[in-house]
Design a protein around this ligand. Structure first.
Ligand code: MCA
Ligand code: AMP
Length: 509
């Protein structure tokens, strides 16, 4: 099966010879061998295949982080279906949209959410709803336990879909970015070399597994190197620091670094066996980059990615390729092309600011069932428009200086103001609203809502936040809300969000 481009086959081929060795060690003291991963994923894959669902079917999953949840992802690849991970913070309306839009054949949710999730799923035409708890409970594993632990991975071409990741748009609803086996495998292979993965590496995995960073970059990185994973169901700075001496690689969003820096136990001694600290998903402040170096002696490697493109640039690991520069996201990865263009579509001179565009085997296949949106996001000559604004200097370092898309990145999660404003505007007595991102010492950036009441209406800022809490994922809830008489507008009538940002920039200083 040499031309089987199924990502699972490549990951499986990298398992060590000794399948009885430990593959994953969890923070609750469980050990999983490579053989456990092999057999567990085979059983779940067999279960999925026994359902008689069609090729290309979506398996939507909203469960707490667990090794079994990771196995469900691998089993989906193995069985040739399309994995659709959903953040556990998503509430009813969000799940309704994703399930309605993706029309998954299978939905897997937590036992506690079965009531409302299954209702949504069955209404959307999904035939199979399973549960999976973070303590190895639920109908998925009960049913999988009856399956054979042998399974032949389904043959896939590089262009076949492996996953759909929903990413919100600046206008309208979320779009499902379709990633192929080829996208994921090529990116994982490039990163394996670029970050110098080697024998004996041990990864600390402390990120959620429903987004690119934890699910693909971290998980594929370790598996493709046959490396052991120290698995944290939830990030806890104290517990992670305790395990640093047993690890060599750590990946985190900037908030994780900020929280570890607040711990006195973070010392060079604790990091003595560490080879590499990687940061991404949000801008790493120079202040954090420098403080980390001073405290631990390690230079954080910052890289840049997107749901649509997985990783596109990275600071170098090997000194021969250059130094790791704080404040930059490094070089375009091997095989990935990055260019910067002005609004008219012309290349800008070296070092000047413009729109970042990307091309390469990492770039997704398009948005699920949205051909027009897909077309809009690509240039005529086939480059993907990232929506990020930046520059490339004469040494090829890429620096992100802002975003043309109206997006707030809070603790590594994306919050689209248009979506939150839409919910606020629906509340009784609200005329209009604006959500802006302001600096925050822990989350980097957080959303602040500015709301205008309808004539004669009385609005209570606290009440607005409380109401939103039942409707939207918790990280999208504005951290503060202000009721004002009107929003500042320019002569064209456009809301001047920069003025609101300025007015509230010191709120959390
Ligand atoms: C939690 N809260 C947040 C966030 N997380 N508020 C704003 N932004 C957040 N990110 C709030 C909750 O609403 C709650 O508020 C309170 O904090 C405590 O919630 P809890 O869940 O206990 O928080 P936590 O466990 O401390 O979580 C913080 C965290 C988490 C560990 C930083 O947000 C996290 O794991 N972030 C990583 C995200 C990630 O993996 N991103 C990668 C995306 P209240 O008490 O008021 O209810 S992939 C990507 O971006 C691209 C492709 C890339 O380049 O990687
Ligand atoms: P997502 O939609 O979750 O895939 O988020 C992708 C966005 O995260 C990118 O378009 C960037 O705006 C942002 N991002 C990712 N990595 C970095 C980084 N290292 N520095 C700044 N922004 C980043």
């Amino acid at each position: 099966m040499t031309d089987n481009r199924n990502l699972f086959v490549a990951l499986r081929a990298a398992f060590p010879q000794d399948l009885d060795g430990i593959a994953v060690e969890t923070d609750s003291g469980l050990h999983y061998s490579w053989s456990d991963l092999e057999r567990g994923t085979a059983m779940i894959a067999n279960l999925l295949q026994s359902l008689g669902i069609e090729e290309g079917a979506r398996i939507a999953v909203q469960v707490e982080k667990s090794v079994e949840a990771a196995m469900l992802y691998l089993a989906t690849l193995r069985a040739g279906y399309v994995f659709l991970p959903l953040n556990t913070a998503y509430q009813k309306a969000e799940i309704e949209y994703f399930v309605g839009n993706a029309e998954p054949a299978v939905v897997v949710c937590t036992p506690g959410n079965f009531g409302w999730v299954s209702k949504i799923a069955f209404q959307a035409g999904t035939q199979h709803v399973f549960t999976l708890g973070d303590d190895r409970t639920g109908s998925l594993l009960e049913r999988a336990a009856m399956q054979s632990d042998r399974q032949t991975p389904v043959a896939k071409g590089g262009d076949d879909l492996a996953a759909i990741l929903y990413t919100s748009g600046t206008t309208g609803r979320s779009k499902g970015a379709m990633l192929t086996h080829g996208n994921l495998l090529s990116n994982a292979e490039v990163l394996k070399d670029y970050w110098g993965w080697k024998e004996g590496d041990v990864l600390i995995h402390a990120l959620p597994i429903f987004h690119v960073h934890g699910l693909f970059v971290a998980l594929h990185g370790a598996l493709l190197n046959g490396s052991r994973i120290l698995w944290f169901a939830k990030f806890d700075p104290k517990k992670v620091i305790e395990r640093l001496p047993d690890a060599t690689v750590f990946m985190g969003v900037p908030t994780l670094y900020v929280r570890m820096l607040a711990e006195p136990a973070l010392t060079p001694q604790a990091c003595r066996n560490m080879r590499l600290f990687i940061s991404g998903s949000a801008p790493l402040l120079m202040e954090t980059f420098s403080a980390w170096k001073e405290r631990t002696g390690h230079t954080i490697l910052e890289r840049y990615g997107m749901s649509e493109t997985i990783m596109l640039t990275s600071n170098p690991y090997f000194e021969a390729e250059g130094e790791r520069r704080g404040g930059t996201v490094g070089f375009p990865l091997p095989g990935v092309s990055v260019r910067v263009r002005d609004d008219q579509g012309h290349d800008v001179p070296v070092g000047e600011i413009g729109n970042i565009q990307v091309k390469g085997p990492n770039v997704f296949k398009g948005y699920w069932r949205m051909p027009e949106k897909t077309k809009e996001e690509f240039t005529e000559d086939g480059w993907f428009k990232t929506g990020d604004v930046g520059r490339i200097d004469e040494l090829r370092y890429v620096t992100i200086v802002g975003r043309s898309k109206d997006l707030i990145i809070s603790g590594g999660y994306n919050v689209y103001p248009a979506e939150v404003e839409g919910y606020i505007n629906e509340l009784p007595g609200v005329a209009e609203s604006a959500l802006v991102g302001v600096p925050h010492p822990d989350f980097g950036e957080v959303g602040v809502a500015v709301v205008v009441p309808r004539p004669g209406a009385q609005l209570d800022a606290e009440q607005i936040i409380a109401t939103l809490k039942g409707q939207l994922a918790n990280f999208k809830i504005p951290k503060r809300c202000f009721v004002v008489e009107e929003l500042p507008r320019n002569t064209m009538g456009k809301v001047q969000k920069n003025l609101l940002r300025d007015a509230h920039k010191a709120l959390f200083a």
